[in-house]
Design a protein around this ligand. Sequence first.
Ligand SMILES: Cc1cc2nc3c(=O)[nH]c(=O)nc-3n(C[C@H](O)[C@H](O)[C@H](O)COP(=O)(O)OP(=O)(O)OC[C@H]3O[C@@H](n4cnc5c(N)ncnc54)[C@H](O)[C@@H]3O)c2cc1C
Length: 436
Amino acid sequence: MSPETNSKWQNWAGNQQATPQRVATPRTPDEVAAAVRSAASDGLTVRMTGTGHSFTGAAVAEGVLLRPTALTAVRSVDPTTGLVTVEAGLPLHRLNRVLDEHGLALANMGDIQEQTVAGALQTATHGTGRDAAGLVSQVAALELVLADGTTVTCSREERPDLFDAARAGLGALGIVTAITWRTVPSFFLRAQEEPMKWDEVLARVDEFDAANEHFEFYWFPHTEGCLTKRNNRVEGPAEPVSKFRYWLDDRFLSNTVFEAVNRVTHLAPATTPFVNGISAKALGARTYSDTSHKVFTSPRMVRFKEQEYAIPREELVPALRELRSLFTKRNWRISFPIEVRVLPPEDAWLSMAHERRSAFIAVHVYHRDPHEEYFRGVEELLTGFDGRPHWGKLHTRDASYLEKVYPRFADFRALRDELDPERRFANPYTRQVFGD
Ligand SMILES: Cc1cc2nc3c(=O)[nH]c(=O)nc-3n(C[C@H](O)[C@H](O)[C@H](O)COP(=O)(O)OP(=O)(O)OC[C@H]3O[C@@H](n4cnc5c(N)ncnc54)[C@H](O)[C@@H]3O)c2cc1C
């Protein structure tokens, strides 16, 4: 493994950059361990990146940047137990392809499948689910290289504390080299997408959440319009949207036209309420069924910046009402819909849904638009509900706040002190959130 010269890095949204001192692309866990040891002997920090889909500086590497692209082997697939071991840099869409071939699937996923398995895991990436939780809850074992260069494995039986901490570890406890997933037999989902008015959604949110395996909705700010999505298992066969409808809805309206809309509202923010009204009306009802990951995920081609907070599930409706009234009080002009999802409690120490049923509220702005005032206002509101920020999405919280909302925060920090006293895996973001 020879060091590379082109060291410039930036994330998907283009709001985080890094110029590390060295870049390397390890091909094996042994090469990862060697890279960690050589960083230590040169007094450098070291960090592996995923695909840079985090909006925060989570993946910024100052010393040695390890690219994930050559650490992508599929080590084993056991269709009987559902246990599947893959290396850290495998993108989720490739994992899904492998699972498809063996009649297996992840029980739940987020909106996209571009991220690496380890990158998605390290920030506790989640979708929406009544019973099925996020990625951290679908892991059976991890293999990671620690700061002293040793390679260890952890699971519920072996080093359970490390397992609970490192599944959503922000890359701060070690470099994950392989993940064993606990998968389920493959399944079809029937998606029911239906526009609905704000008042009806808020009145029926408990009913929708209780009656559906995966419920979420989007609210178009400055309007009464919402788009609800209900995904439930069905026997099959798949009845996907036609190629034309897919192109029209998912490529053209949701991406091409939406990009054009954002260029207009970027230049003329005052048009946003009017334009959002049209957007909310343009999205019609549709029903289709397909292989689970094709229903969970869709292409996201319009670049944006995002903040997302998890609050106790029972606070969802009061929080949304207050959020809406903030739109009236402040002069915000926001073109992106607000996304609302739910999740059952998770046990990983730094999962945003740790030990509590959670509602997630996500706010976005077009990548060229300023986000600071809007995100700050929403953050002030949601921290009032003991909100926990998504680790991969923009926020301003530091350790003094985070220790109050994460009951195992001190345990995480103690484990980090023990495993990485020299802060080999630190970066500016871990210094912000852990305080050192
Ligand atoms: C368009 C878009 C849609 C999204 N949708 C969702 C969604 O539906 N739900 C959701 O929860 N999030 C979502 N996200 C956020 C995204 O899932 C997370 O930010 C995720 O961490 C990105 O994965 P990545 O592979 O790009 O990792 P990066 O952003 O590159 O890295 C994330 C963290 O993982 C660390 N890391 C990466 N590899 C390793 C390794 N091998 N060992 C140790 N640490 C490692 C990095 O250093 C960094 O700290 C979305 C983001 C975008 C841009």
